[in-house]
Design a protein around this ligand. Structure first.
Ligand code: IPE
Length: 267
């Protein structure tokens, strides 16, 4: 593996960079421009991973992803429209980032990852490493990929984030969502839900028994799946935070090494 020095991975939740309920899908330009400015606070090499939001989940849902009975041929037929939508979204992020003075390049997982039964069996990271070593910010995203057993399946941005954090030995992983982190109940349906400031080995089992899936058209599993994926980073010393990307300055605060309101995770 090439030496990447300090590496930060940021996941931009799809519900913040797109208008998740809008059909046809629409980009949340206001948030995107703000986030592009905030990303400048990073002093480390940076991988930015986009969620699907309206662009990914609606198209995936329309082609039967997320339903066990959908035949492989139907899933494969969904590839072009999902890929198209994710390309549109990732190019908009690239443009916003580069207009703000960054040097972003998009590297799509469709070209790098192979899946079997929704699990990554191979992921070509050499292009990512080389792009980072060239001083670029790598932009990648949740995507649809070929799947040896299922024909095609959705690879979520969270899963990619965790995979790359492990593979490339990231120092920090910041997961941006549309809530202030992890709560004991869904804060959207219960405004009194108790916020969990820190998750570690002492409370993870308890937290997992409570955290529910997100309720929008989400084919990749919501908060519980995020935490289960993150738990696989045990022992790797990654600074993890789940934070509200919808609120100004939370991302830039994290990137400058401080802790805004969020859930920090240490396994
Ligand atoms: C989903 O990625 C990607 C597609 C549906 C193509 P994520 O699962 O990471 O997306 P968000 O952040 O929940 O929208």
């Amino acid at each position: 593996m090439l030496d990447l020095n300090e590496l930060t991975i940021v996941k931009l939740g799809g519900s913040v960079i797109t208008h998740k309920g809008s059909s046809p899908p629409a980009i949340n330009q206001e948030n995107l421009l703000r986030i592009a400015e905030e990303l400048k606070a990073s002093k480390e090499s940076l991988i930015v991973i986009l969620g699907g939001g309206a662009h990914g989940h609606q198209a995936a849902h329309a082609h039967g992803f997320g339903e066990l009975s959908t035949p492989p041929e139907q899933l494969i037929r969904g590839i072009p429209s999902i890929r198209h939508n994710m390309s549109v979204l990732s190019l908009a992020v690239e443009e916003a980032l580069n207009d703000a003075g960054g040097h972003g390049v998009v590297l799509p997982p469709f070209l790098m990852a192979a899946l079997n039964n929704k699990k990554i069996t191979s992921f070509q990271t050499s292009f990512i490493q080389e792009a980072i070593q060239s001083g670029f910010t790598v932009i990648t995203h949740g995507d649809v990929c070929f799947d040896e057993s299922l024909g095609a399946s959705i690879l979520s941005g969270d899963t990619i984030a965790v995979y790359l954090a492990k593979e490339l030995r990231a120092t920090s992983l910041y997961i941006g969502t549309d809530v202030d982190g992890v709560f004991e109940e869904d804060p959207k349906t219960n405004p009194e839900a108790v916020h969990i400031d820190i998750i570690d080995n002492t409370n993870i089992t308890n937290v997992l028994s409570k955290a529910g899936p997100s309720n929008a058209t989400d084919v990749t599993g919501g908060m519980k799946k995020k935490l289960e994926d993150l738990f696989t980073l045990t022992g790797l010393n990654v600074n993890i935070a789940i934070f509200n990307l919808g609120v100004s300055d939370r991302l830039s605060t994290l990137l400058s090494g401080k802790t805004p309101p969020c859930t920090t995770i240490r396994f």
